[in-house]
Design a protein around this ligand. Structure first.
Ligand SMILES: [Zn+2]
Length: 329
């Protein structure tokens, strides 16, 4: 029952802490009086609903209302080329411990509340052209992908802080061993919250730097990379990951079919330029590694969309192991 409140959905979980947390929280529910457990469930459901609330425009510093369905990966640019009967397949992590694949209409695929009308308008040029082909287009796409990642982590972070405050209130008032429950219920949550706060901060830097680079014009800076390849697997994805080599940094990536091949873009924040350059040299110059990269990103984000018949044509072993790895994010 409590697991549904803990599912971070759409990809971001820290399995170890989360499992520990779910188990401890389960024990906490059992320790409470029946009526208190019921009221706690009600509060947690309300927090989960609040989590879905829409905030402000994603553009750094803009406070206008966002349009509700901004595409991270453009429909016209990439999704239309891989739909079947207007549909795509995407991972579904809404059930804790049971990652699945579900059908999604191209209108809802790859959307988030995004930018306000005027900030959304900057994508008009490449959307009309139907292709991303210059440094400004690449920067704008990376900005958009970073915005979605930042939004997602910020939303999850706010949700967990809400959970913490509800649970902390419960522990303070219930006639229980407070020290024990603070240690088992609140401490793991504090761990999750602080790692999300760091991730949020880093994504915010990637997003802000991409927005500044996009408005500056000029060629791609060394912390942004664009790679075109011949391969045309019908997959579109956008996400972020934390890499540790040789130091820890955050990478935002986006990859989709374009003009009969594939366009892959990735960026870190400006401060991590050297790290992302080393990453690019290692992976992108080797075609073998580059093709493995797509699969590895598919297990690093659940923000991906595939052509249904392509997915069905893959081996069941591969599909199952991919989804289970994704569920363990
Ligand atoms: Zn705006």
């Amino acid at each position: 029952m409590y697991e549904q409140f803990l599912n971070l959905g759409e990809g971001y979980t820290e399995e170890g802490l989360l499992l520990l947390y779910a188990a401890n929280l389960g024990g906490f529910f059992e320790a409470l009086e029946h009526s208190n457990a019921r009221s706690l469930r009600g509060k947690l459901i309300a927090a989960a609903h609040k989590r879905a609330a829409v905030g402000e425009c994603a553009y750094p510093g803009c406070e206008k209302d966002p349009i509700r369905r901004s595409h991270v990966i453009s429909k016209g640019l990439a999704l239309n080329s891989i739909v079947e009967d207007l549909n795509l397949l995407t991972p579904d992590l809404s059930e804790f411990g049971n990652p699945r694949i579900r059908e999604i209409n191209r209108k809802s695929a790859s959307t988030f509340p995004g930018y306000c009308t005027s900030h959304e308008a900057v994508f008009g040029d490449f959307e009309k052209a139907g292709v991303l082909n210059n440094a400004t287009d690449f920067k704008l796409q990376l900005m958009r992908s970073a915005a979605r990642e930042e939004w997602w982590v910020a939303r999850t972070h706010a949700y967990l802080l809400d959970l913490r405050s509800i649970l902390s209130g419960e522990i303070d008032t219930a006639p229980l061993d407070k020290g024990h429950w603070r240690e088992t219920v609140l401490r793991p949550l504090d761990g999750l919250c602080s790692s999300l706060a760091i991730r949020r901060e880093r994504l915010s830097s990637v997003h802000r730097d991409a927005a500044n680079a996009a408005s500056d014009g000029g060629s791609l800076p060394p912390w942004m990379h664009a790679v075109s390849t011949e391969e045309h697997i019908p997959i579109a994805l956008s996400g972020s990951t934390s890499l540790i080599h040789p130091e820890s940094y955050t990478l935002v990536f986006v990859s989709f079919p374009q003009a009969g091949g594939r366009l892959t873009l990735f960026a870190s924040s400006r401060d991590d330029g050297e790290l992302v350059k080393a990453y690019a040299e290692k992976y992108v110059t080797d075609p073998q590694l580059a093709s493995g990269l797509l699969t590895s990103w598919m297990t690093g984000t659940d923000h991906w969309f595939v052509r249904p018949s392509w997915w069905s044509a893959q081996s069941e072993v591969w599909r199952t192991s991919l989804l289970s790895e994704l569920g363990n994010l």
